[in-house]
Design a protein around this ligand. Structure first.
Ligand SMILES: [Zn+2]
Length: 372
Protein backbone atom coordinates (compact mmCIF):
# COMPACT_ATOMS: atom_id res chain seq x y z
CA UNK A 1 0.00 0.00 0.00
CA UNK A 2 1.35 3.40 -1.02
CA UNK A 3 0.41 5.64 1.88
CA UNK A 4 0.39 9.38 1.59
CA UNK A 5 2.35 10.83 4.49
CA UNK A 6 -0.11 13.55 5.23
CA UNK A 7 -3.13 11.68 3.87
CA UNK A 8 -3.88 14.47 1.48
CA UNK A 9 -6.66 13.57 -0.86
CA UNK A 10 -5.96 13.51 -4.56
CA UNK A 11 -8.90 13.80 -6.91
CA UNK A 12 -8.71 11.74 -10.08
CA UNK A 13 -10.74 12.64 -13.13
CA UNK A 14 -10.90 9.92 -15.76
CA UNK A 15 -11.92 11.63 -18.97
CA UNK A 16 -12.68 9.59 -22.05
CA UNK A 17 -12.84 10.97 -25.58
CA UNK A 18 -15.69 9.20 -27.35
CA UNK A 19 -14.78 9.58 -31.02
CA UNK A 20 -13.52 7.94 -34.20
CA UNK A 21 -10.10 8.71 -35.68
CA UNK A 22 -9.09 12.34 -36.22
CA UNK A 23 -8.88 11.95 -39.98
CA UNK A 24 -12.52 10.87 -40.17
CA UNK A 25 -11.80 7.18 -40.56
CA UNK A 26 -13.38 4.58 -38.31
CA UNK A 27 -16.89 3.31 -37.60
CA UNK A 28 -18.92 4.40 -34.57
CA UNK A 29 -19.99 0.87 -33.71
CA UNK A 30 -16.40 -0.37 -33.62
CA UNK A 31 -14.64 2.71 -32.10
CA UNK A 32 -17.35 3.91 -29.70
CA UNK A 33 -20.28 1.60 -29.01
CA UNK A 34 -18.36 -1.66 -28.49
CA UNK A 35 -15.24 -0.43 -26.62
CA UNK A 36 -17.29 1.89 -24.40
CA UNK A 37 -19.67 -0.97 -23.45
CA UNK A 38 -16.74 -3.13 -22.46
CA UNK A 39 -15.03 -0.28 -20.63
CA UNK A 40 -18.18 0.43 -18.61
CA UNK A 41 -18.17 -3.10 -17.19
CA UNK A 42 -14.56 -2.64 -16.07
CA UNK A 43 -15.23 0.73 -14.45
CA UNK A 44 -18.16 -0.74 -12.55
CA UNK A 45 -16.21 -3.80 -11.49
CA UNK A 46 -13.66 -1.54 -9.76
CA UNK A 47 -16.20 0.98 -8.47
CA UNK A 48 -14.72 3.77 -10.60
CA UNK A 49 -16.38 6.66 -12.38
CA UNK A 50 -15.42 8.24 -15.68
CA UNK A 51 -16.66 11.26 -17.57
CA UNK A 52 -17.26 10.60 -21.26
CA UNK A 53 -16.69 13.53 -23.61
CA UNK A 54 -18.60 12.79 -26.79
CA UNK A 55 -17.48 14.30 -30.09
CA UNK A 56 -20.70 16.04 -31.08
CA UNK A 57 -19.09 17.71 -34.11
CA UNK A 58 -18.90 14.23 -35.61
CA UNK A 59 -22.50 13.56 -34.57
CA UNK A 60 -23.69 16.76 -36.32
CA UNK A 61 -21.82 15.72 -39.47
CA UNK A 62 -23.47 12.27 -39.41
CA UNK A 63 -26.94 13.79 -38.91
CA UNK A 64 -26.48 16.33 -41.70
CA UNK A 65 -25.32 13.58 -44.03
CA UNK A 66 -27.59 10.82 -42.81
CA UNK A 67 -28.66 10.07 -46.39
CA UNK A 68 -25.07 9.07 -47.24
CA UNK A 69 -23.67 5.59 -46.63
CA UNK A 70 -24.74 4.29 -43.20
CA UNK A 71 -24.26 7.66 -41.47
CA UNK A 72 -27.81 7.65 -40.08
CA UNK A 73 -27.15 4.29 -38.48
CA UNK A 74 -23.86 5.55 -37.01
CA UNK A 75 -25.55 8.63 -35.54
CA UNK A 76 -28.01 6.20 -33.92
CA UNK A 77 -25.13 4.21 -32.44
CA UNK A 78 -23.69 7.41 -30.99
CA UNK A 79 -27.02 8.09 -29.28
CA UNK A 80 -27.11 4.52 -27.97
CA UNK A 81 -23.55 4.88 -26.67
CA UNK A 82 -24.53 8.03 -24.75
CA UNK A 83 -27.64 6.37 -23.30
CA UNK A 84 -25.63 3.30 -22.34
CA UNK A 85 -23.08 5.46 -20.50
CA UNK A 86 -25.84 7.21 -18.56
CA UNK A 87 -27.65 3.96 -17.78
CA UNK A 88 -24.43 2.73 -16.19
CA UNK A 89 -24.24 5.73 -13.88
CA UNK A 90 -21.39 7.55 -15.63
CA UNK A 91 -21.32 11.11 -16.91
CA UNK A 92 -21.56 12.73 -20.33
CA UNK A 93 -19.87 15.99 -21.31
CA UNK A 94 -19.05 17.85 -24.50
CA UNK A 95 -16.17 17.16 -26.86
CA UNK A 96 -15.70 18.79 -30.28
CA UNK A 97 -13.34 18.05 -33.15
CA UNK A 98 -13.64 21.11 -35.33
CA UNK A 99 -12.27 19.36 -38.44
CA UNK A 100 -15.80 17.94 -38.89
CA UNK A 101 -17.18 21.38 -39.69
CA UNK A 102 -17.46 21.43 -43.51
CA UNK A 103 -16.17 17.87 -43.81
CA UNK A 104 -17.49 16.25 -46.99
CA UNK A 105 -17.34 13.16 -49.11
CA UNK A 106 -14.74 12.78 -51.85
CA UNK A 107 -14.99 9.60 -53.90
CA UNK A 108 -17.33 8.25 -51.26
CA UNK A 109 -14.72 8.75 -48.51
CA UNK A 110 -14.86 11.30 -45.70
CA UNK A 111 -12.56 14.27 -46.05
CA UNK A 112 -12.22 16.33 -42.87
CA UNK A 113 -10.82 19.87 -43.04
CA UNK A 114 -7.47 20.99 -41.65
CA UNK A 115 -9.13 23.17 -39.00
CA UNK A 116 -8.20 20.96 -36.07
CA UNK A 117 -8.09 23.81 -33.56
CA UNK A 118 -11.61 25.07 -32.77
CA UNK A 119 -10.19 28.46 -31.74
CA UNK A 120 -9.15 29.03 -35.37
CA UNK A 121 -12.68 28.72 -36.76
CA UNK A 122 -14.50 31.96 -37.61
CA UNK A 123 -16.27 33.43 -34.60
CA UNK A 124 -19.76 32.68 -36.04
CA UNK A 125 -18.71 29.12 -36.82
CA UNK A 126 -17.57 28.59 -33.23
CA UNK A 127 -20.84 29.95 -31.85
CA UNK A 128 -22.90 27.83 -34.25
CA UNK A 129 -20.95 24.65 -33.59
CA UNK A 130 -21.01 24.88 -29.79
CA UNK A 131 -24.68 25.92 -29.67
CA UNK A 132 -25.89 23.19 -32.02
CA UNK A 133 -23.76 20.56 -30.31
CA UNK A 134 -25.14 21.53 -26.89
CA UNK A 135 -28.73 21.37 -28.20
CA UNK A 136 -28.25 17.93 -29.72
CA UNK A 137 -26.44 16.53 -26.71
CA UNK A 138 -29.12 17.85 -24.35
CA UNK A 139 -31.84 16.30 -26.51
CA UNK A 140 -30.17 12.89 -26.38
CA UNK A 141 -29.56 13.10 -22.61
CA UNK A 142 -33.21 14.03 -22.11
CA UNK A 143 -34.22 10.67 -23.58
CA UNK A 144 -32.73 9.07 -20.47
CA UNK A 145 -33.81 9.21 -16.84
CA UNK A 146 -30.49 10.73 -15.79
CA UNK A 147 -29.87 14.24 -14.61
CA UNK A 148 -26.69 15.23 -16.35
CA UNK A 149 -26.01 18.94 -16.75
CA UNK A 150 -23.40 19.79 -19.37
CA UNK A 151 -20.84 21.95 -17.60
CA UNK A 152 -17.55 20.70 -19.00
CA UNK A 153 -15.76 20.87 -22.33
CA UNK A 154 -12.87 18.93 -23.70
CA UNK A 155 -11.40 20.26 -26.90
CA UNK A 156 -10.21 18.23 -29.89
CA UNK A 157 -6.47 17.98 -30.61
CA UNK A 158 -5.78 20.06 -27.44
CA UNK A 159 -6.45 23.26 -29.40
CA UNK A 160 -8.50 26.16 -28.04
CA UNK A 161 -6.57 29.29 -28.96
CA UNK A 162 -7.42 32.10 -29.34
CA UNK A 163 -9.85 31.60 -26.46
CA UNK A 164 -11.94 34.78 -26.22
CA UNK A 165 -14.93 33.59 -28.32
CA UNK A 166 -15.13 30.24 -26.59
CA UNK A 167 -14.88 31.91 -23.19
CA UNK A 168 -17.93 34.02 -23.99
CA UNK A 169 -20.03 31.14 -25.40
CA UNK A 170 -19.15 28.87 -22.50
CA UNK A 171 -20.07 31.55 -19.99
CA UNK A 172 -23.44 31.91 -21.70
CA UNK A 173 -24.14 28.18 -21.92
CA UNK A 174 -22.99 27.26 -18.41
CA UNK A 175 -19.82 25.41 -19.35
CA UNK A 176 -17.41 25.94 -16.48
CA UNK A 177 -14.51 23.50 -16.69
CA UNK A 178 -12.40 23.14 -19.83
CA UNK A 179 -9.70 20.67 -20.82
CA UNK A 180 -7.10 20.61 -23.55
CA UNK A 181 -4.14 22.77 -22.51
CA UNK A 182 -0.95 20.90 -21.63
CA UNK A 183 1.85 23.03 -20.23
CA UNK A 184 4.71 23.18 -22.73
CA UNK A 185 2.76 21.88 -25.71
CA UNK A 186 3.30 23.78 -28.92
CA UNK A 187 1.92 22.81 -32.34
CA UNK A 188 2.67 25.80 -34.59
CA UNK A 189 0.76 24.60 -37.64
CA UNK A 190 -2.43 24.47 -35.55
CA UNK A 191 -1.72 27.74 -33.75
CA UNK A 192 -1.39 25.99 -30.40
CA UNK A 193 1.10 27.34 -27.86
CA UNK A 194 0.90 26.47 -24.17
CA UNK A 195 4.53 27.21 -23.34
CA UNK A 196 3.51 30.05 -21.04
CA UNK A 197 0.75 28.30 -19.11
CA UNK A 198 0.86 29.67 -15.59
CA UNK A 199 -0.11 26.41 -13.91
CA UNK A 200 1.09 22.97 -14.95
CA UNK A 201 -1.40 20.81 -13.09
CA UNK A 202 -3.41 22.78 -10.53
CA UNK A 203 -6.82 23.96 -11.90
CA UNK A 204 -7.11 27.72 -12.43
CA UNK A 205 -9.55 30.38 -13.54
CA UNK A 206 -8.22 31.67 -16.83
CA UNK A 207 -8.31 35.11 -18.42
CA UNK A 208 -10.92 35.50 -21.16
CA UNK A 209 -8.24 36.80 -23.53
CA UNK A 210 -5.57 34.22 -22.72
CA UNK A 211 -6.16 30.64 -21.66
CA UNK A 212 -2.53 30.39 -20.51
CA UNK A 213 -2.97 33.10 -17.89
CA UNK A 214 -4.51 32.84 -14.44
CA UNK A 215 -7.41 35.28 -14.15
CA UNK A 216 -10.09 36.43 -11.74
CA UNK A 217 -12.46 34.24 -9.84
CA UNK A 218 -15.05 33.90 -12.65
CA UNK A 219 -15.60 32.29 -16.04
CA UNK A 220 -13.78 29.17 -17.26
CA UNK A 221 -11.75 26.94 -15.02
CA UNK A 222 -8.91 25.19 -16.85
CA UNK A 223 -8.18 21.62 -15.74
CA UNK A 224 -4.65 21.15 -17.14
CA UNK A 225 -3.81 17.72 -18.51
CA UNK A 226 -1.56 16.15 -15.86
CA UNK A 227 2.13 15.97 -16.81
CA UNK A 228 4.16 12.81 -16.47
CA UNK A 229 7.32 11.49 -18.05
CA UNK A 230 9.02 8.45 -19.48
CA UNK A 231 12.66 7.75 -18.71
CA UNK A 232 14.92 6.94 -21.64
CA UNK A 233 14.75 3.24 -20.73
CA UNK A 234 10.94 3.36 -20.66
CA UNK A 235 10.95 5.08 -23.99
CA UNK A 236 13.14 2.44 -25.61
CA UNK A 237 11.19 -0.42 -24.02
CA UNK A 238 7.92 1.12 -25.14
CA UNK A 239 9.10 1.89 -28.69
CA UNK A 240 10.22 -1.69 -29.15
CA UNK A 241 6.85 -2.98 -27.93
CA UNK A 242 4.92 -0.56 -30.10
CA UNK A 243 6.97 -1.49 -33.16
CA UNK A 244 6.44 -5.17 -32.46
CA UNK A 245 2.72 -4.68 -31.86
CA UNK A 246 2.48 -2.57 -34.99
CA UNK A 247 4.16 -5.33 -36.91
CA UNK A 248 1.66 -7.90 -35.67
CA UNK A 249 -1.49 -5.85 -35.81
CA UNK A 250 -1.69 -2.95 -38.16
CA UNK A 251 -4.45 -0.41 -37.81
CA UNK A 252 -5.20 -0.61 -41.49
CA UNK A 253 -6.17 -4.26 -41.21
CA UNK A 254 -9.24 -3.14 -39.31
CA UNK A 255 -12.49 -3.59 -41.16
CA UNK A 256 -13.59 0.01 -40.67
CA UNK A 257 -10.52 1.69 -42.13
CA UNK A 258 -9.77 2.39 -45.75
CA UNK A 259 -6.19 1.43 -46.43
CA UNK A 260 -5.87 3.61 -49.52
CA UNK A 261 -7.14 6.68 -47.72
CA UNK A 262 -4.83 6.07 -44.79
CA UNK A 263 -1.74 5.72 -46.93
CA UNK A 264 -2.41 8.54 -49.38
CA UNK A 265 -4.55 11.35 -48.02
CA UNK A 266 -4.05 11.16 -44.29
CA UNK A 267 -1.83 13.78 -42.80
CA UNK A 268 -2.23 14.28 -39.09
CA UNK A 269 -1.70 17.96 -38.22
CA UNK A 270 -0.78 16.96 -34.67
CA UNK A 271 2.03 14.74 -35.97
CA UNK A 272 5.35 15.95 -34.65
CA UNK A 273 3.89 16.90 -31.27
CA UNK A 274 5.83 14.16 -29.54
CA UNK A 275 8.93 14.74 -31.63
CA UNK A 276 9.02 18.27 -30.27
CA UNK A 277 8.82 16.98 -26.73
CA UNK A 278 11.44 14.38 -27.47
CA UNK A 279 14.11 17.05 -27.13
CA UNK A 280 13.21 17.30 -23.45
CA UNK A 281 14.77 14.67 -21.22
CA UNK A 282 13.25 12.81 -19.53
CA UNK A 283 10.60 12.42 -22.21
CA UNK A 284 7.76 14.68 -21.12
CA UNK A 285 4.20 13.72 -21.86
CA UNK A 286 0.82 13.81 -20.13
CA UNK A 287 -1.05 11.15 -18.24
CA UNK A 288 -3.04 9.00 -20.61
CA UNK A 289 -4.48 5.57 -21.20
CA UNK A 290 -4.86 4.45 -24.80
CA UNK A 291 -3.18 1.20 -25.72
CA UNK A 292 -0.21 1.27 -23.36
CA UNK A 293 1.04 -1.82 -21.54
CA UNK A 294 0.31 -2.15 -17.80
CA UNK A 295 3.88 -1.37 -16.70
CA UNK A 296 3.79 1.97 -18.48
CA UNK A 297 0.37 2.94 -17.08
CA UNK A 298 1.58 2.07 -13.61
CA UNK A 299 4.86 4.02 -13.90
CA UNK A 300 3.45 7.15 -15.49
CA UNK A 301 0.58 7.26 -12.98
CA UNK A 302 3.01 6.92 -10.09
CA UNK A 303 5.15 9.80 -11.35
CA UNK A 304 2.19 12.13 -11.71
CA UNK A 305 0.90 11.07 -8.32
CA UNK A 306 4.19 11.95 -6.61
CA UNK A 307 4.35 15.29 -8.36
CA UNK A 308 0.77 16.28 -7.51
CA UNK A 309 1.05 14.98 -3.94
CA UNK A 310 4.16 17.03 -3.21
CA UNK A 311 3.02 20.17 -4.96
CA UNK A 312 2.45 23.31 -2.93
CA UNK A 313 -1.18 23.63 -4.02
CA UNK A 314 -4.04 22.40 -1.84
CA UNK A 315 -6.24 21.50 -4.79
CA UNK A 316 -4.71 18.24 -5.92
CA UNK A 317 -6.08 16.84 -9.14
CA UNK A 318 -4.91 14.25 -11.63
CA UNK A 319 -6.59 14.17 -15.02
CA UNK A 320 -6.22 10.89 -16.90
CA UNK A 321 -6.92 11.30 -20.61
CA UNK A 322 -8.35 8.09 -22.04
CA UNK A 323 -9.22 7.12 -25.61
CA UNK A 324 -11.60 4.17 -25.66
CA UNK A 325 -11.33 4.03 -29.48
CA UNK A 326 -7.84 2.54 -28.91
CA UNK A 327 -8.82 0.06 -26.19
CA UNK A 328 -9.72 -2.92 -28.35
CA UNK A 329 -6.59 -4.98 -27.57
CA UNK A 330 -5.79 -3.42 -24.22
CA UNK A 331 -8.57 -4.36 -21.83
CA UNK A 332 -6.20 -6.76 -20.06
CA UNK A 333 -3.74 -3.94 -19.24
CA UNK A 334 -6.56 -1.61 -18.21
CA UNK A 335 -7.99 -4.18 -15.84
CA UNK A 336 -4.57 -4.76 -14.23
CA UNK A 337 -4.10 -1.01 -13.96
CA UNK A 338 -7.49 -0.48 -12.29
CA UNK A 339 -6.77 -3.31 -9.91
CA UNK A 340 -3.42 -1.71 -9.11
CA UNK A 341 -4.64 1.84 -8.45
CA UNK A 342 -7.62 0.69 -6.38
CA UNK A 343 -5.52 -1.55 -4.13
CA UNK A 344 -2.17 0.26 -3.89
CA UNK A 345 -3.33 3.81 -3.22
CA UNK A 346 -5.49 4.84 -0.31
CA UNK A 347 -6.01 8.55 -0.88
CA UNK A 348 -7.44 8.75 -4.39
CA UNK A 349 -10.95 10.01 -4.89
CA UNK A 350 -12.40 9.42 -8.34
CA UNK A 351 -14.71 12.21 -9.43
CA UNK A 352 -16.69 13.20 -12.50
CA UNK A 353 -16.53 16.69 -13.98
CA UNK A 354 -19.86 17.65 -12.37
CA UNK A 355 -18.77 16.33 -8.98
CA UNK A 356 -15.57 18.33 -9.24
CA UNK A 357 -17.51 21.48 -10.09
CA UNK A 358 -19.79 20.89 -7.11
CA UNK A 359 -16.71 20.77 -4.86
CA UNK A 360 -15.54 24.07 -6.37
CA UNK A 361 -18.97 25.67 -5.88
CA UNK A 362 -19.04 24.49 -2.27
CA UNK A 363 -15.55 25.96 -1.87
CA UNK A 364 -14.16 22.61 -0.77
CA UNK A 365 -11.47 23.00 -3.42
CA UNK A 366 -10.19 26.25 -4.88
CA UNK A 367 -8.85 26.73 -8.39
CA UNK A 368 -6.00 29.24 -8.59
CA UNK A 369 -6.88 32.91 -9.04
CA UNK A 370 -4.71 35.85 -9.92
CA UNK A 371 -2.96 37.51 -6.97
CA UNK A 372 -4.22 40.99 -6.48
ZN1 LIG B 1 -10.70 13.90 -29.15
Amino acid sequence: MIKAMDKEKIFVLLEDDVEVLGNGQGHVFYREYLPVSRYLTLLKKYGLVSTFYVDMAHYLFLKENSHCKDFGLQAGYMEQTILNILKNGMEIQLHLHSQWVDAHLVDNEIQVTNMWNIGKLQQEEQVKLVTKAMESLTMIINKSDSINPITSFRTGSWGMQPYQTLYTIFEKLGIKTVMGPIKGLKIPRLGIDYTHMQSGHCPYYCKSSDINAIGDDKGSIVLPMTPTYLSLTDLIRYSVQVKWKGFLKKYDHDLDLNKTVLSTVYKDPTAGKDVFNFSLRPFKTHLKMNAQPFWLLKKTFRRSYEMVLHSKHDFKLMVVETHSKDFKNSFGSIEKFFDHITTKYDNLQFVTANELLKLVNEKKVKPLVKDI
